[in-house]
Structure formats: C-alpha cells, structure tokens
Design a protein around this ligand. Structure first.
Ligand SMILES: NC(=O)C1=CN([C@@H]2O[C@H](COP(=O)(O)OP(=O)(O)OC[C@H]3O[C@@H](n4cnc5c(N)ncnc54)[C@H](OP(=O)(O)O)[C@@H]3O)[C@@H](O)[C@H]2O)C=CC1
Ligand SMILES: C[C@H]1O[C@H](OP(=O)(O)OP(=O)(O)OC[C@H]2O[C@@H](n3cnc4c(=O)[nH]c(N)nc43)[C@H](O)[C@@H]2O)[C@@H](O)[C@@H](O)C1=O
Length: 327
C-alpha cells in the first residue's frame, strides 16, 4: 500500500544532507554508531566522534559546549543505555534516567548550537504490547507497554515527543526513526546484558567448543522477533537524513520475523553445533511479537540487502576474529 507521506521528498527534491556534511555520530563505539561511522565515511561526509571518556552525554552543559565548538551540520543520536531483556528488567532506573538525560542533553544542545539536522533513534519496543501486526507508526500510545522494557520504552517515547516539540515550536528539521532488533559486527556478546542474537552465537559456539550435549536458552522459544543487520540500518539512517523531514517517526526493519526457536535453529546451523536445545521457562519471553510495518520507509526507496542467515554468518565470523587465540 502506498500512502501520502508528510514531509516525504518529491523526485527532484534536493538532499537534506549536503555532500561532505559534518556529522556528529553520538555513540560511535556501539553497534549502531560504528556502522553509522562506516556508512557516513563511505558516503564522503566528515564524521565527528567523541568517546564517553571525553564527553558524558548525560552532562547537558558539557554536551552543549561540545556541540557549539564542533558545529555539526547533522547529529545522529545513537548513544543510549541499551541491553537485552534481562538488562532491561533488572536495571529500569538506568534505562529510564540515562536515556532521558542523554536525549535532553543532545537534542537541546544541538538546537542551541544551531545544528540543522538531527536523527533520533528509538526502538520498536515503544509500541503497545498488543499492537496489531505489522505495527504501524500510528500505533504509538494506543495501549499498555511490555513490562520488561517499559522504562526504556517510556524514555524513547519522551525522545519522540521532544523531537516533535522542537519541530513544532522552532521549526527544527529533526526526525525520529524506530529500528527493529538489530545485530552485526560491534554487538554486545555479554550473556547477562546482550540481546538474543549475539547470545545465541556465543552459547552455541562455546557449547561446540566444550562438547556440551545441550544448550539452554531463555523463555519458551515462541516469541517472534524481526532482525535487521546493522549495515542495512545504517543505510536506512543515511536515506532518512537525506530525504525525510516529517513529524512522525519512521519504522526501520526488514518486514519479516521468525520465532526465537527458528532463530536458534539457524544460529545452531551456522555455528555447526550438533547438540540439543533446552528452554528455561523461568526466564521472561518478553513481548510476543513486534513485527514492524515498514511501508513508510519502503516508500522512500529503502530495501534491506543482507539476508538473516548471511548476516548471522558474517557476525559469527566477525566475533570469532575478536576472540583471543584458543577461546
Ligand atoms: N541494538 C538493538 O537491537 C537496537 C538498538 N536501537 C537503538 O540504537 C541506538 C544504538 O544502540 P546500540 O548501538 O545497539 O547500543 P550500544 O550499547 O552498542 O552503543 C551505545 C553507545 O552509546 C554510548 N553511550 C552510552 N551512554 C553514554 C553516555 N552517558 N555518554 C556518552 N556515550 C554513551 C556507548 O558508549 P561506550 O562505548 O563508552 O559504552 C556506546 O558507544 C540506541 O538508541 C538504541 O536504543 C534500537 C533498536 C534496536
Ligand atoms: C531491541 C529490544 O531488545 C529487548 O527486547 P527483546 O527483543 O525482548 O530482547 P532480547 O533480544 O534480549 O530477547 C528476545 C527473546 O529472546 C529470548 N532469548 C532466548 N535466549 C536468550 C538469551 O540467551 N539471551 C537473550 N537476551 N534473550 C534470549 C528472550 O527470552 C526473548 O524472548 C529490549 O531491550 C527492548 O527494549 C528492545 O528494544
């Protein structure tokens, strides 16, 4: 279905991000930020970064001073407190407060510094737990959230409203995007805090290495998730920055999902593990399904390039390359 898209460019519209623009990627050492640096560098932009050791983005005064000094043409906000279902469940205070503070600092600081373009990254968990599938952008605030990540989701929803408020009050050309579950090189493989895909790669690899007869995974295996390779996400972000200027957030996904059980089978095959899979029902399942409706992004010309199985194989190879010898 094609819908009229507020703020969408016409065929001949000039790019909203000039060639060689100076882009500040906040969170450049993370999964998403590192992919954005690769992408914007390849596109010929001047990429500016600053590590957390040099600038804590929760510090509003320091962040504004940094942005006034650097004067970026565009900011991509990929710095956040991020984690999988267990980290979200056990540390809701940090997921709420760190993200609210980072968003307040960076978005207000960019406006004060005269930054013309800004892309804020939310997450598919902002939508109601029982939203109709696939989830359209207008499902926002239509029902209760998934409890395991409510604090994080509420911080992200505040970010969307902050962006919309800067647009409404100041005419700022700031936008929001809502990515689905992401994976790829640079992901977090810590079993306590990671998302499911890197956790599965690590669990099956280590079980194969140790000749373990069984791998235990969390929950029932029945929840469905949609996964997008982070290089596809970076391409979508570049497209949005150059061509989208609307009030509404834009979903970023591949348009297909699978059960965690099916994902586990795929990761098992990629890693070559031969043993059994057990399920620990004492661990949370989280939301039953969150497949995004990506027709708005598709209407802008985005097509994901990296099939899930290839992306998993590439991520596994990348992670193996990070391990110390004999790990
Ligand atoms: N991963 C996923 O599946 C999804 C991610 N997203 C969104 O994408 C964005 C990026 O996520 P992702 O790359 O996965 O997360 P990561 O945890 O991999 O990276 C987050 C980055 O933010 C930085 N950061 C965190 N807190 C601060 C701070 N106080 N000051 C300065 N820098 C800070 C981290 O720095 P350091 O390296 O020092 O820790 C890190 O570089 C987030 O907004 C997230 O909500 C959305 C949907 C799915
Ligand atoms: C991106 C997204 O990420 C989070 O939401 P989530 O998708 O529920 O998170 P997840 O990737 O950790 O789990 C997905 C599913 O997988 C199951 N599962 C099995 N075995 C393991 C396992 O070993 N580790 C993990 N982490 N999960 C496992 C797990 O039980 C669940 O059913 C939130 O941060 C949310 O805020 C958010 O935005």
């Amino acid at each position: 279905m094609t819908t009229e898209l507020p703020g969408a460019p016409r065929e001949s519209a000039p790019s909203l991000l000039a060639p060689g623009a100076r882009v500040f990627v906040a969170g450049h050492r993370g999964l998403v930020g590192s992919a954005l640096v690769r992408r914007f560098t390849a596109d010929g932009h001047e990429v500016v970064t600053r590590g957390r050791d040099g600038l804590d983005l929760r510090d509003a005064a320091a962040t504004e001073a940094f942005l006034r000094d650097v004067r970026p043409d565009a900011v991509v906000l990929a710095a956040a407190k991020v984690g999988g279902i267990m980290a979200n469940s056990t540390c809701p205070v940090q997921f709420l407060e760190d993200n609210l503070r980072i968003q307040l600092s960076v978005i207000a600081g960019a406006h004060a510094a005269g930054t013309r373009r800004l892309l804020f990254l939310g997450s598919s968990c902002i939508y109601p737990k029982r939203a109709p599938q696939p989830i359209r952008e207008d499902a926002l605030l239509t029902g209760p959230l998934e409890p395991t990540n409510e604090a994080y989701a509420l911080a992200k929803i505040a970010g969307i409203v902050q962006i919309q408020s800067y647009r409404r009050q100041y005419g700022a050309s700031y936008i929001s995007a809502m990515p689905t579950n992401l994976y790829g090189p640079g992901d977090n493989f810590d079993l306590e805090t990671s998302h499911v895909l890197p956790a599965l790669i690590r669990r099956f690899h280590e079980a194969g290495r140790d000749r373990a007869p069984e791998v235990t995974l969390w929950g029932s295996g029945s929840p469905r998730r949609e996964f997008l390779h982070v290089d596809d996400l970076a391409a979508a972000c570049a497209l949005l920055l150059s061509s989208y200027d609307g009030d509404d957030p834009v979903n970023i996904g591949c348009g297909e999902d699978l059960t965690i059980r099916e994902l586990a089978e795929t990761v098992r095959e990629v890693t070559g593990y031969q043993g059994e899979i057990a399920w620990d029902s004492s661990k949370p399942d989280g939301t039953p399904r969150k497949l995004l409706d990506v027709s708005r992004l598709a209407s802008l010309g985005f097509t994901p390039r990296i099939p899930l199985r290839d992306g998993i194989a590439r991520t596994y190879a990348w992670w193996l390359g990070q391990l110390p010898p004999r790990a």
